[in-house]
Write a protein that binds this ligand. Structure first.
Ligand code: TEU
Ligand code: CA
Length: 555
């Protein structure tokens, strides 16, 4: 069996558009990333995951691909890519690319051909259906608003798009589509890429017959209904056997709606499909006062629910599969705002607490650009400040069209949940535009970049950066962190997240106070227990101060 290096790795996610601009057009690019590789290496990560950099009209910031084998000129060219890959490998790091093959852009040549006729080579590359009583073929709704079907008069048919009309779903039932995707994968793997993050890969097999959704159709329920369709295992197995198994690669499947049982099917120890999955349970927590509004609310997450979710995944996959570990990414609000406390009084402490809580678990941790600095949400107050189609579409659909919520309330919800919170430029220093660009940034910076930036943190040994650097080093140094069995402690405790790991007779005890209160908790660790890491400079034993998080190792 190939060495499963993904189990020893920490991944750093770069959103290229917002990471570093090198030619002052205000847009991050590949040569900009090269300039920052020593910073990424200093953090100690092993793998870089790059969000899509292919030719795209950018209706969904690159998740609408028009040419899988060419670089979007905004980011540079193929020579720049080859240079970036070589520079990553030279620093003994690996690169995984974002593979978006549930759908393409409507500007892709395949779709441009497919929409013309019912009998050309590409006619069945997408999912076309005749109108039913003059309407959409079923009641599915799209993740970015409106119905999941758009009518094309040239064909006299509707095509399916689970996301935006500019993102037509590929027809994976068609073996030619599977071959075309495998060809794309081989193209990048033959260039030396070390694996893929696979976008919404559990949506590629649709329910047979595309039946109506029962009950109230919503965008979220549509994704959940479509997810994990009848031929998913078959398609993933074919991809593994025909392509992935011929390379030493790491794969992570993004799987909205997946359960631990699903994940074991796809990441079973033989890894004959994927190495791990991104599941959405913990980032989707919080009561949903009005299902018609989907994720749009500002309900806080209850710690007992967060613990129940993460602990269930830890226990279910222990010895059976492999977890990805993340708090945030380009689709989620900033971790310290969502799960910690971004009040300047607690921002550093709680960002470190979140890092410790996640990085001491079993699985492969993912650090999203800026998370290692404790970057926060933007607290926008005006719809004009948003650029993500998901946020803008739903503001207009829910406020203006369906009148389900008023503008000020929806703006509160956007401020908490919008993906734009994660997409403002990386905060490098206190220069104009935080050193991200000398041009006009494609998107405004978070106003707090003079306080929160890489330069300040590299000069402060107590910064979030050095805390993450230490967490990553601990994972590399201690088998118990990588492989130890997981044991939850006090699941009903509403203030403190505590758990243990066990390996070869040793115990790791992880204690995190998720509140701004001082609380007393005694876990009876031996007096000679070694304190591996803490976000305080001293240790008051049972007294846990606001957001205090510490890790003990003992026999
Ligand atoms: O996201 C999958 C997905 O389910 C998103 O709709 C996400 O859960 C939602 O935006 C959270 O509010 C992937 C990519 O990560 C995302 O950036 C793309 O927009 C989407 O697929 C379509 O490709
Ligand atoms: Ca640029």
């Amino acid at each position: 069996m190939k060495k499963q290096w993904f189990k020893d790795s920490v991944v750093y996610q770069i959103y290229p558009m917002s990471f570093q601009d090198s030619n002052n057009d205000g847009i991050g690019d590949l040569l900009g990333i090269v300039k920052r590789l020593d910073y990424v290496k200093k953090l100690g990560v092993d793998v870089i995951w790059l969000n899509p950099i292919y030719i795209s009209p950018n209706k969904d910031n690159g998740y609408d691909i028009a040419d899988y084998k060419n670089i979007n000129p905004e980011y540079g060219n193929m020579d720049d890519f080859d240079y970036l890959l070589a520079q990553i490998h030279k620093r003994d790091m690996k690169l995984i690319m974002d593979l978006v093959v549930n759908h393409t852009s409507d500007q892709h040549k395949w779709f441009q051909e497919s929409k013309k006729a019912k009998d050309n080579k590409y006619a069945d590359y997408y999912i076309w259906r005749d109108p039913v009583d003059g309407h959409e073929p079923n009641n599915w709704l799209a993740a970015f608003g409106g119905p999941a079907w758009t009518y094309v008069p040239e064909r006299g048919q509707y095509y399916l798009h689970l996301f935006a009309p500019g993102q037509p779903d590929l027809n994976w039932e068609n073996p030619k589509v599977r071959e075309a995707v495998f060809d794309v994968e081989r193209f990048w793997l033959d260039k030396g890429v070390d694996g893929f993050r696979m976008d919404v890969i559990n949506l590629i097999s649709k329910p047979a017959g595309l039946p109506d959704l029962s009950g109230t159709p919503t965008a979220e329920r549509t994704l959940g209904f479509v997810a994990d369709g009848p031929r998913l295992n078959e398609f993933l197995r074919q991809m593994h056997d025909e392509v992935l198994s011929h390379y030493d690669v790491m794969t992570v499947g993004e799987m909205p709606g997946s359960t631990p049982e699903d994940a074991i099917k796809y990441t079973g120890l033989d890894s004959h499909e994927l190495n791990m999955v991104f599941q959405f349970e913990h980032v989707g927590l919080g009561p949903n006062p009005d299902v018609r509004l989907g994720k749009w609310n500002d309900e806080p997450v209850k710690l007992t629910e967060l613990k129940s979710s993460l602990n269930r995944w830890q226990k279910a996959l222990d010895g059976k599969g492999w977890n990805s570990l993340y708090w945030n990414n380009h689709d989620q609000p900033r971790a310290v705002s969502r799960f910690g406390n971004d009040d300047p009084k607690y921002q550093v402490r709680s960002a470190k607490m979140l890092g410790t809580t996640l990085h001491m678990m079993q699985g492969t941790p993912y650090v999203y650009e800026g998370e290692e600095l404790g970057m926060t949400n933007c607290h926008f107050t005006d719809i004009e400040q948003y650029e993500d189609l998901e946020s803008v579409n739903f503001f207009h659909e829910l406020v203006d069209q369906r009148k389900l919520v008023d503008g000020p309330t929806m703006l509160k919800y956007l401020a908490v949940k919008s993906r734009d919170n994660a997409r403002t430029p990386m905060q490098w220093n206190t220069d104009q535009d935080a050193g991200f660009t000398k041009g006009t940034p494609w998107y405004g910076l978070n106003a707090n970049y003079k306080e929160i930036n890489a330069k300040n943190e590299l000069e402060d040994k107590n910064s979030v950066f050095y805390h993450y650097q230490k967490l990553i080093k601990l994972r590399h140094d201690f088998d118990i962190i990588r492989y130890g069995a997981f044991e939850e402690l006090d699941p009903q405790d509403e203030q403190v997240y505590a758990y243990q790991r066990h390996y070869n007779g040793k115990t790791l005890l992880v204690i995190s106070n998720f509140t701004d209160q001082t609380v007393m908790r005694n876990y009876n660790q031996p007096k000679n227990a070694e304190l591996l890491i803490s976000n305080y400079t001293d240790d008051k034993d049972a007294e846990l101060r606001p957001y205090e998080s510490k890790v003990y190792l003992f026999n």
